[in-house]
Design a protein around this ligand. Sequence first.
Ligand SMILES: Nc1ncnc2c1ncn2[C@@H]1O[C@H](COP(=O)(O)OP(=O)(O)O)[C@@H](O)[C@H]1O
Ligand SMILES: [Mg+2]
Length: 385
Amino acid sequence: MTRELDPLAGSVERRPASHDLVLPHRLLDAFEGCLLCVDAGGIVTVANRYASELLSSEDGGLLGSSFLTLPEAKNQRALAQAVHAAQAGRSVHDLDLSHRHGSRTRVIRWSLTSMRELGTSDEEATAEEARPNSSPMLLAVGIDVTERLEHERQNAEDDAMAVMGTLAAGLAHGIRNPLNAATLQLELLLSRARRAGDASLQSQLAEPAALVQTAIGRLAVLLDEFLHVAQPREPVRLPSSIAELFETVLAHKRPLMEGLGLILLSKVSDVGLLARCDSAKIKQVLVNLIRNCIDALGTRGYGLIELHAEPRAGGGVSLAVLDDGPGLAGHMHGDAAFQPFTTTKAAGTGLGLSIARKIVSQHGGTIQLSARPGGGTAARFWISE
Ligand SMILES: Nc1ncnc2c1ncn2[C@@H]1O[C@H](COP(=O)(O)OP(=O)(O)O)[C@@H](O)[C@H]1O
Ligand SMILES: [Mg+2]
């Protein structure tokens, strides 16, 4: 398939003598997503630059290839059903399909709409309309949601782990109390039998009592181990380099941020700045705060997140995570955002800030969210000497 590239029209691929979109091609090319026209036979007839770069196979362009075989084999059936529905006039939204792109898999979230529904002025679509039994052309719009899904998955997993830890610790304590009571009652029973001087009763009780004691002992060991894993431990505060701490957080988050078009920078007043902290826990605070910035900026496709640190006037270290996002929702000022389970996000848990505040207070400090003068949000916290 030859590509028809008109230097004045940008790089939108068009299939000669076929359907076309009555939209400026430069506009289509500027769109940071896939935009395709698919004819009645499922063949791609128009593709913008983004789609061509993401979806073209190694052996040629997108034009003339089958839309139905673009995603990975496991998703092709779902796409065929969606195409069928869209052709019948039922638009399909939020259809996530995996596509191979080089050595990686990208997840594209597709919306399919028939040109008839759009009331397009495209000549052929109008002609098709005159033939009511034929399938209409489809407009397929796809957004790459790979990073967003990964970010949501990580968020949900981290928050679930934190909740599980708290629940598990509570449950373990709840089990331990009745277990202690049972051990006590068993010993009471045995000592009563001994005092009664009834040898036959004593020998009858000996074996079941030993079995119960062994079972309780096993449960107690299990609980101890479980608690050790589940219970959030107290922080162990050691002098730690803030520059190094920022660097590990940056290295961990950067690939995701780049995929989302975001920039993450760190600014430490003095490379040698030390904070007496549990670095794993402060890392968790930073990660939770950065995650909120990503949530605020992620769908926008550009943005700057900054990590700052400097010595605090009264001793200790002041830290901040800043973004240039849309800012706090009206009812999220002051303490509100820190309440557990308070969230403005459809998929939020509302736990990130409450966990962060707990850790900061374990380090003798406080944390606040505020609006930045030029727009965006600042999360500032400090830890004591
Ligand atoms: N950087 C930020 N920009 C805008 N809003 C924020 C920011 N950080 C926190 N928030 C607000 O605080 C709320 C609570 O945050 P959090 O406790 O981390 O829970 P979640 O992220 O699951 O919503 C968020 O839902 C959001 O409304
Ligand atoms: Mg959060």
